[in-house]
Design a protein around this ligand. Sequence first.
Ligand code: ADP
Ligand code: MG
Length: 723
Amino acid sequence: MSAQNVRQKTLVAIAADPNSDGTLFKAKTADLNHLFGNHVFNEKVQEERLPKKVFESLQETIKNSQQLDPAIADVVAKAMFAWAIEHGATHFTHWFQPLTGSTAEKHDAFLLPDGHGKAIGQFSGSELIRGEPDASSFPSGGLRATFEARGYTAWDPTSPAFIYRHKNGATLVIPTVFLSWTGEALDMRTPLLRATAALEKQALRVLKLFGNLAPKHVFSTMGAEQEYFLIDRRLAALRSDLVITGRTLFGTRPPKGQELEDNYFGSIPDRVIGFMTEVEYELALLGVPARTRHNEVAPAQFEVAPLFEPAVLAADHQMLLMQTLRNVATRHGFTCLLHEKPFAGINGSGKHNNWSIATDTGENLLEPGETPVDNAQFLFFTTAVIRAVHLYGDLLRTSVSGAGNDHRLGANEAPPAIISIFLGGGLSEIFESFAQGTAAKNVKSKLPPIEIGVSQLPPIKRHSGDRNRTSPFAFTGNKFEFRAVGSSQNPAYSTTVLNTVVAESLDYLAGKLEAALGKGKDFNTAVHDVIIETVKEHKAVLFDGNCYSDEWKAEAAKRGLPNLVSTTDCLPLINSKKAVDLFSKYGVYTKVESDSRHEIYAENYVKVIQIEADAAVEIAATQILPAALKYKKVLVKAATTKTQQALTDDVDKLIDALIEKIGKLKDILSKVPEGEVQKTAEYYHKKVLPAMVSLRETVDALETAVDDELWPLPTYTELLFAR
Ligand code: ADP
Ligand code: MG
């Protein structure tokens, strides 16, 4: 191949230099145990560095959600400062999760002029506790007029501070909440904290009814499996659609995609495992317990899953995980794509949110044990989840909506937009008999081990149920797995909704149980009756079959389960009466906060598609059209036979169609209705998106016609397979 255009030169460069920038990562020690949490101001460091009284007071705040004693702030800040300096930090930042879905930080130097021509390093308690970033550039959904730009960040001591390294230094990062001057939550963390408190209150109430008095605290746990694509950075840089929007707006399916299914769990390429090792090293320093790594279904797609943790901390760690993936990728000459659907026709990326409820005494409240049928407390909590998902499946679906995730949910891909629950063998039978109104028989919950037929191997214990990969909300042994979350999303939002709806359900069921007990019913009968009555009423949400099938769509409609296909269907639910009543009752979002979220998410949806459409027009007009015209010139010159003339005509037609479709998209974009943002969002969904799809068809047809040397965009094959 004579390397002529920049694309082809890049490919040759990649072929010659598989390790890209040549810097090989060297872990200082392979002893991850020793490294783990080294850059976290955790309990151990606190104990070492704080006076005993201060340490105890801080621990009281952290462990029992007590208000922080402002008197200790200066002492803590001083210790934190000294520790941070030792780790090379020059700056500190309040770190928060605004409603953009990512994280935000503004760095302040420790160094301040001392007034005598020198400078001194310092960090005070008030700087630790409170920050005041100019909030006017963060989305507030009308919560704040720009002239009232004040926003406050406030230290959340329950999430430990940490050091974030970069090539030339480090920053002390302080996790905070982000509030408006009037006290409304402008972030993702605050509602999650509130929803977790609501869940705790109701769960403790239920545990008390069951005579389980040991736990003092209850919280939700989260383990979020993160899927991502890894693309050579030099190729990605040549695609302005990837650079601008994080996904390809054009591109034909490669001759080889994922048909052979040879990528899933395949051996991890050397260059990629080098990247993963450095990611894990950085995460270990930050105390993020990355546990599994593997190839995913699509070519160039991978997954990393951390071990589960309390949800608020796990959400922080998720944000750090995404940031680390992106940063380390750059060091390795890769671009990490976290978009839900970077490539049409190739599997998209999700983030399975594994969710459960745990106590401070180490109990997992969704652990069925050996004989679930005898485990009334487990059955009661699971019943509450079933009721919650049935009543509020629409709000759960809404919590994972967004322009990117629309390409997965509701499209022909995992998982569907209809929210149902998979319980699996064993449990399903138990709840099926409840639904029939009868107490479950002692179902054979102990399955015989799997026969391997090879004598030297030990017998393998079988799980109580097989897996069902098609369900959006699946019970997987001792937790539920909410699979509809998008790969780029902050899982704090879906967990906030999950915690709230389950809190509501526990509240309702506890009320029923208390009433029955009040009437003198014996405890076992009362629990039994509440469970049976509830499951009977909410069994419609239980479905173990294939959730991708058309039969299920029809069946789900018959059962009255909502099928919210696009974000525009979901947006009105955010501040619907149902949502506002629920969230304000449990102190999670006020009405104003719900309204603001509706506004912000609708605006975000509009902006994302607007940017995509503008990029599509630009690429088609300035890169594709000129290439096609050049090729046409070549053809016209060369054509000597009728057949060759026919080929020229075909390309000609495509060029005409291209010009026409660029014009049409531009025209549609010039007529976007102003005013109510919901209307604008619907316009983008119904008019702009189809015009983009139509333009794409023509561009993709040209890709398979035009001379490869003239084609400006790296192809899918190149993006997915070159490393
Ligand atoms: P897979 O679903 O791929 O088989 P695992 O069963 O190992 O994977 O778990 C997937 C994720 O679920 C991991 O992040 C794991 O830590 C998390 N997980 C396991 N138990 C719980 C729990 N009780 N609560 C929340 N997440 C959990
Ligand atoms: Mg999983």
